[in-house]
Design a binder for this molecule. Structure first.
Ligand code: ATP
Length: 317
């Protein structure tokens, strides 16, 4: 049996980083979230277009004698920092794969709201994989990291890659969307409190059984075509989310948030993923700023932020 490589060995000087490794990782929105039938493994078949936006968590990894996690920002005091945390699970998964000891001191600065439908937990898992890979000098390729990521959660592989990408299977099979280099401008309306993703899927199943959910989204072709153009008005007509009915059913007040964005002149508004965050497409950066101020003033959410996308996935630096 090969002995595990120890971060504190002499190798230390040659492999990995002795100083802190800082990784920035974005939030995601789903420009298209098509939810198919429930599979035998308990997941739904998805057909989604992921898009990484400029709201970031930051994870710093330092050498340590054990594996520890501290945090500040969104969810501090609420989020468990033990083995259930996705950042810790990711560090263990990488160490197991690479045959090294999972020793690191991780610190998370969280700006992505908790249980917001922006995949913050998945983002932290992706950040921990990239940070520990650099800290421990395990030197895995992005595709290898994405392979480990898939076992941690459906959105994690996308957050390793970032950009705009098509997700299939349960969302873990990711292929980049080649689009013109355009920045899209978004207003993100953060709600008070989160929504549970599994509960949103259960609610969608219930609404579908009762025949009260909207028509399931079809193919992503229209959206992919729109992304090739530079006109946000065209993109606006192609955004869609099958989980939106479920999020609205669980949190009816989100209808007011969506209406406020529309009243402020957003080109389109959708619930992000399983919600409760809502995102609005703006014409440009100045328009986004104006819409954010108006939606904030309407008192229909905890706060608004402006963001642009696509941005890269988890990166050191
Ligand atoms: P998604 O859009 O991927 O469905 P979400 O944005 O709605 O997810 P997350 O913030 O990713 O929600 O968190 C969902 C749950 O995951 C949390 O309620 C929490 O229990 C758990 N979790 C574990 N680790 C983390 C983490 N580092 N950050 C956030 N949540 C975490």
């Amino acid at each position: 049996m090969t002995e595990a490589w120890r971060p504190d060995d002499d190798d230390d000087q040659r492999r990995g980083s002795s100083g802190p490794v800082r990784v920035r990782v974005p939030a995601k929105v789903n420009l298209h979230l098509g939810v198919g039938p429930l599979r035998r493994d308990g997941y739904h078949e998805l057909n989604t277009v992921y898009h990484a936006i400029s709201i970031y968590d930051e994870l710093t990894a330092r050498r340590g004698d054990t594996l520890t996690l501290t945090m500040e920002g969104e969810g501090a005091g609420e989020l468990a920092l033990d083995d259930s945390n996705l950042a810790i699970r990711a560090a263990h998964a990488l160490a197991g794969y690479a045959g090294v000891l999972p020793h690191a001191r991780l610190h998370l600065r969280k700006q992505i709201p908790l249980a917001g439908g922006l995949a913050g937990g998945s983002a932290d898992a992706a950040a921990a994989l990239v940070a520990c890979d650099a800290l421990w000098g395990t030197g895995l390729s992005r595709d290898e990291l994405a392979g480990i990521a898939a076992d941690l959660g459906s959105d994690v592989p996308f957050l390793i890659h970032g950009g705009t990408a098509l997700g299939t299977g349960r969302g873990e099979a990711v292929s980049p969307v080649l689009a013109r280099p355009t920045s899209w401008h978004w207003v993100v309306a953060v709600a008070d409190g989160g929504l549970s993703t599994p509960a949103a899927y259960r609610e969608l199943d219930r609404l579908r059984d009762a025949g009260t959910a909207g028509t399931p989204l079809g193919s992503t072709d229209g959206l992919l075509g729109a992304l090739r153009q530079r006109d946000p008005r065209v993109l606006a007509g192609c955004l869609g989310n099958d989980l939106q009915d479920a999020a609205l059913s669980m949190r009816p007040a989100l209808a007011d948030t969506l209406k406020a964005g529309e009243a402020a002149g957003a080109l389109a508004g959708i619930v992000s993923g399983s919600g409760p965050t809502c995102v609005f497409l703006a014409r440009d950066a100045a328009d986004a700023q104006r819409i954010a101020t108006e939606v904030q003033a309407a008192g229909v959410c905890r706060e608004t932020r402006v963001a642009h996308g696509p941005v890269p996935g988890a990166r050191v630096g």
